[in-house]
Design a protein around this ligand. Structure first.
Ligand SMILES: [Zn+2]
Length: 466
């Protein structure tokens, strides 16, 4: 049940009074005037003019409504009269809420009115609640209040109608009409004689206003929940898209890494693959070169890392061998020290003892006061010193002569002229002869010296006696 709200009527009757109300069944209208409409009924500000040809008992201007009797009969075959009456009351409530009951302008030509009639019927037939408009728009608190007042007045005339068949309820996203009726309390009885136009200028009971406010609040709450769930769906969808994009990016990156490996391994990828993979990753051939070089460098590094355990093993083996050698060396060293140290000590001791003995011996000689022994030693010492000096000189002279002879013979061998050679040979022979004479005398002299030494030693031996 819709109200066609076309151009706002600029002027017209505001009170119903004794005006005629035209109630036109849809089935009486031709197909081009909303024959396919399934809405319960509608009104429009100049509907009485549009439908004048189909109103047999026309008595001048007045509010007009179309009731879709065909639809009501098909939907409620057994309760047609009831729903027809309910629909009329619903549309009447709309009519009575208008500032003017109809638009008084009637200057349009018959042809223009016919066009307007068709347009209105078409729009009513196709009208659906607009997106973003609450389902109770046009059927709010004021409409419900008017409908409930009309319901009461109809009841007073002997026609009972269920409140929910007129207004409010689930189809408008509102509480059941019975609750509005309870909230309105006895107002329809109290104001039964007041005009509807007057009633809607007064405040409804607070319970009624509260119920309406709660309904509107609840509706927008559920709406925002619905929108939230929608926005959560959008978020989930975006997350899914983002996830898919990430997967695709990872796949592209994997393609690039594979390409790098391929090139580094010396395999030649076809040009199309290179172009596809580089393009997909927004990379250039230089990027590829750099990545390949990096991979090769990293492989080198890895080889170095992998080789290190072997080097470690060898190092450990060497260190172990060195440790063993050092152990043996240290052990031998210790053994050597253990052996040598006491020997060294003993040797030092012996040297000291020898030196002490020598000193003691000298001192014994120096301190000997035996005049005879001292005189005898003196008699031996003087010729011993003289003969020893002579023996030494003769030995040195003989050695020198032999060396000179040897030298002259060598010179003779090297001489270029014979006279020179002969002279050298002659000189060599003279040296040899002289040396031979000295050497003949030496043994006797040596025996003499040795004899003197023996005598001296014997005397010194005696001088050691304290
Ligand atoms: Zn309506």
């Amino acid at each position: 049940m819709y109200t066609f709200r076309g151009p706002v009527p600029h002027r017209g009757r505001t009170r119903l009074g004794w005006l005629p109300i035209y109630i036109v069944p849809q089935t009486r209208l031709p197909a081009n005037l909303g024959g396919l409409s399934v809405c319960g009924g509608y009104t429009a500000s100049r509907l009485d003019l549009h439908l004048r040809d189909y109103i047999p008992d026309h008595r001048g201007r007045g509010p007009c409504m179309v009731i879709n009797d065909g639809h009501l009969r098909a939907t409620y075959p057994e309760d047609f009269d009831y729903y027809f009456t309910a629909t009329v009351l619903h549309e009447l409530a709309h009519l009575l809420m208008q500032p003017w009951l109809y638009d008084e302008r009637a200057t349009a030509t018959p042809e223009a009115l016919r066009r307007e009639a068709r347009r209105v019927a078409d729009m009513v037939a196709t009208e659906t609640p607009e997106d973003g408009h609450p389902p109770f728009e046009g059927h709010g608190a004021q409409f419900i209040r008017v409908a409930l007042h009309l319901r009461h007045r109809a009841e007073m005339c002997g026609t009972w109608l269920a409140p929910n068949d007129l207004c409010a309820g689930h189809r408008y996203s509102l509480s059941h009409a019975r609750r509005y009726q309870v909230a309105l309390a006895d107002e329809p009885e109290r104001l039964a004689t007041m005009s509807i136009a007057k009633i809607i200028t007064t405040k409804p009971p607070p319970e009624f206003a509260q119920l309406w406010a709660d309904d509107v609040h609840a509706h927008f709450q559920s709406l925002s929940r619905f929108q939230r769930s929608h926005s959560m769906k959008a978020t989930a969808l975006l997350d899914k898209i983002a996830g898919r994009q990430q997967e695709r990016r990872q796949a592209r990156e994997a393609d690039f890494r594979r390409l790098v490996v391929q090139v580094a391994d010396g395999q030649e990828p076809d040009a199309e693959t290179i172009e596809h993979v580089l393009g997909g990753n927004q990379k250039t051939i230089d990027d590829l070169r750099e990545a390949v070089e990096l991979l090769q460098h990293r492989r080198d590094l890895r080889r170095t890392v992998d080789n290190s355990p072997n080097l470690g093993e060898e190092r450990q083996r060497i260190e172990k061998e060195m440790a063993e050698a050092n152990r043996i060396y240290n052990e031998a060293n210790a053994k050597h020290d253990r052996t040598v140290d006491p020997l060294h000590a003993r040797l030092r001791e012996l040297r000291t003892l020898v030196s002490e003995a020598e000193q003691a011996r000298r001192e014994l000689w120096d301190t000997c006061r035996d005049e005879e022994l001292v005189e005898r030693l003196d008699k031996v010492s003087r010729p011993l010193t003289e003969q020893s000096r002579r023996l030494g000189a003769m030995e040195t002279e003989a050695r020198n002569l032999r060396n000179e002879a040897k030298y002259e013979r060598e010179q003779a061998g090297h001489a270029e002229r014979k006279p020179d050679a002969d002279a050298h040979t002659e000189e060599a022979a003279r040296c040899d002869t002289e040396a031979k004479q000295l050497e003949r005398e030496l043994p006797a002299l040596r025996r003499q010296v040795a004899d003197l030494e023996r005598q001296g030693a014997a005397i010194r031996q005696q001088m050691l006696v304290p």
